[in-house]
Design a protein around this ligand. Structure first.
Ligand code: FDM
Length: 221
């Protein structure tokens, strides 16, 4: 009988709008995995620790200006810096939990508009530098209405934290979600934290326990 190839670990991505509790839930998921005996790798994009990440950080804080296309490519390059680490981790059996990924890249850059309200960068152009990155096995999209976000204290200080931008980003995430099919899970993030945590855990637990069959797939190939 042919020997079965070992199953690999899952790649779990959490995407979401500002004030959706995305970062809190990512940390909770990581902690819960640890408590239940699974040591995962936790990563976040932008990864502001690398040289590229520091350029992005400065741009987001409006401490520097960059061409829209240039910064888009930096965000993508920042993911490529970790692509082989992600793949190796999954093959070695260590799940990867990731706070934001290529979907943020497309939605945020693709939601930039000129003074007439027209998109500055075409959707397909925004997607192309991320083609071929390790594909997630599941993406949780933390959705929240602008009203709920306001109740939570409103948006922060960084460049994209404005209501009109967040509304466009939200529509764009919904569009990508429709294209992604079953890998994409929309979470109503306006609810109590514990409920949200339970919903995420219900889907992550079996994925981590059973592992994933087959090689790491590649985004949009
Ligand atoms: N962002 C994030 C992008 O514009 N492109 C990307 O590729 C990524 C990963 O950076 F406004 C934006 C989204 C957000 C900002 O994100 C920083 P955090 O999660 O608030 O650090």
């Amino acid at each position: 009988m042919a020997s079965q190839s070992p199953r690999r670990a899952p790649f779990i991505v959490i995407e979401g709008l500002d004030r959706s509790g995305k970062t809190t839930q990512t940390s909770r998921l990581y902690a819960r995995l640890k408590e239940t005996g699974t040591q995962a790798n936790l990563i976040k994009f932008p990864d502001r620790t690398t040289t590229i990440g520091q350029m992005i950080d400065s741009y987001l804080r409006s401490a520097s200006e960059l061409d829209d296309r240039a910064v888009h490519l930096l965000f993508s390059a920042n993911r490529w810096e970790l692509a082989s680490m992600i793949e190796k981790s999954l093959i070695a059996g260590t799940p990867v939990v990731c706070d934001r990924y290529a979907f943020s890249g497309i939605t945020f850059s693709g939601s930039k508009v000129n003074s007439e309200g027209e998109p500055l960068l075409p959707f397909e152009w925004c997607r192309s530098p991320d083609i071929g990155l390790p594909a997630p096995d599941i993406v949780f999209f933390f959705d929240i209405t602008p009203e709920k976000a306001k109740e939570r204290g409103g948006y922060g200080e960084e460049r994209y934290e404005k209501e009109e931008m967040q509304l466009r980003v939200r529509d764009s995430f919904h569009r990508i979600g429709r294209e992604m099919g079953t890998t994409w899970v929309t979470i109503d993030a306006g609810r109590e934290r514990d409920q949200v945590e339970q919903d995420v855990w219900k889907l992550v637990e079996p994925l981590v326990k059973e592992g994933v069959d087959g090689p790491v797939t590649k985004l949009w190939t």
